[in-house]
Design a protein around this ligand. Structure first.
Ligand SMILES: Cc1cc2nc3c(=O)[nH]c(=O)nc-3n(C[C@H](O)[C@H](O)[C@H](O)COP(=O)(O)OP(=O)(O)OC[C@H]3O[C@@H](n4cnc5c(N)ncnc54)[C@H](O)[C@@H]3O)c2cc1C
Length: 346
């Protein structure tokens, strides 16, 4: 079988790259072995402002301008809603925190996303003695629904194999790569934390940051916005809420843990004051990089092998842009930004 590309991994990165290929009428085969869960469990939140420091998310404006139409196109393609827009309410911890919010209005790449009018806490069940600040243009992509829908679509079109890609079986030739019965011009590795098993790219300094979330049923809590405090409380409808997330740099497993659950419960008691039941708990490994930039590019020695990884804590907003960047880099030799190019790791 001859295809233009093989994609290894169908999380947000692999999905965004597959969409680029479909748009460009290229053929491909995806391998997906369910070894990683990050894109399935992600909160899916997109928020242009880092609320700890009231600083802008890296290239947020530019990336949102690519990402939001990207998800909108997928909604039309499948006739399914993936994008839910909501206000993000930051709970101020102190008067100083509140003052810093107003200082942020002097930052041109943050100010457009902040609402000048503060909110008094009138929400029953929500703890917070100070005001709340409102962030505009935030929302959530239901990544679980999106990735599952996309995998089914690829399955119907015979473009995905649900099996482990075994790097040892790659045969590199001058202008093509062979893998089992497939001949392709390029393999794009979008393996998330699975990159650690990839002999061609395992030198890249990808770090694991495990994250856990719980879903609660809280019948007395009625909020239709995302509440951001030491953790986030995100409405899912029918009095259920997603709560997250933890950041664990030591645990390399994707299994939910008692420790993660306890941490979330402890923090949650300082955020809401109503009874709730935990109805679900999920976990995954965020593929992160110390400099907080994605890892994109072509192997320094083997030009038929490329990587799309390092989406960190913001896969939703970053994936569509970097997938496009990589595609144009491979096909038209367009230069990658030094910030994202794997050449920065010599
Ligand atoms: C708890 C948690 C909360 C998060 N919340 C948010 C959020 O609110 N907003 C946001 O933007 N981001 C969030 N993220 C981050 C986001 O999930 C990631 O940035 C993104 O999902 C990474 O996508 P990816 O495709 O690079 O990796 P992955 O989702 O890990 O996908 C890689 C895929 O490759 C497959 N694979 C790996 N190796 C092989 C192999 N050898 N053969 C075949 N298949 C293979 C894996 O099974 C996996 O499906 C969160 C992450 C976690 C864990």
């Amino acid at each position: 079988m001859k295809v233009d590309y093989i994609i290894v991994g169908l999380g947000l990165a692999g999905l965004a790259f597959a969409e680029e290929l479909i748009t460009a009428k290229k053929t491909f085969m995806v391998f997906e072995d369910a070894s990683q869960t990050s894109s399935l469990v992600a909160g899916g939140v997109y928020n242009p402002v880092i609320l700890k420091r009231f600083s802008p998310v890296w290239n947020a404006k530019e990336q949102l301008a690519v990402a939001l139409p990207f998800y909108e196109r997928l909604e039309k393609k499948f006739n399914i809603k993936f994008d839910e827009k909501f206000v993000i309410k930051k709970v101020f911890k102190s008067i100083k925190d509140q003052n810093n919010w107003f200082v942020a209005f002097d930052k041109p790449n943050v100010a457009p996303f902040l609402d000048e009018k503060l909110d008094k806490n009138t929400y029953s069940g929500v703890i917070g003695e100070h005001y709340f600040g409102n962030v505009k243009e935030g929302g959530r992509i239901n990544t679980l629904k999106l990735v599952e829908t996309y995998r089914n679509y690829l399955k119907e079109n015979n473009c995905i194999r649900f099996e482990k890609f075994n790097h040892k079986e790659i045969i590199l030739e001058e202008d093509l790569v062979k893998y089992q019965d497939i001949e392709a011009s390029t393999i794009v590795f979008a393996e998330g934390f699975g990159i650690k098993e990839n002999p061609y790219f395992k030198h890249l300094p990808l770090e694991e940051v495990k994250g856990e979330l719980i879903t609660i049923y809280a019948p007395e809590l009625e909020i239709d916005f995302l509440l951001k405090s030491t953790l986030f409380v995100m409405p899912l409808g029918n009095n259920t809420y997603k709560i997250g997330a933890t950041f664990n740099h030591l645990d390399k497993t994707s299994e939910p843990s008692q420790e993660g659950r306890e941490e979330l419960v402890e923090k949650l008691q300082k955020v809401i004051s109503v009874p709730y039941t935990i109805i679900d708990q999920t976990a995954g490994i965020r593929p992160t990089v110390k400099d907080r930039r994605p890892m994109v590019g072509i192997h320094p020695e083997f030009k038929n092998l490329a990587v799309l990884n390092g989406l960190g804590t913001r896969g939703v907003i970053i994936a569509p842009t970097v997938a496009r960047n990589l595609f144009h880099h491979i096909t038209n030799n367009e230069k990658l930004d030094d910030e994202i190019d794997i050449k920065r790791f010599k």
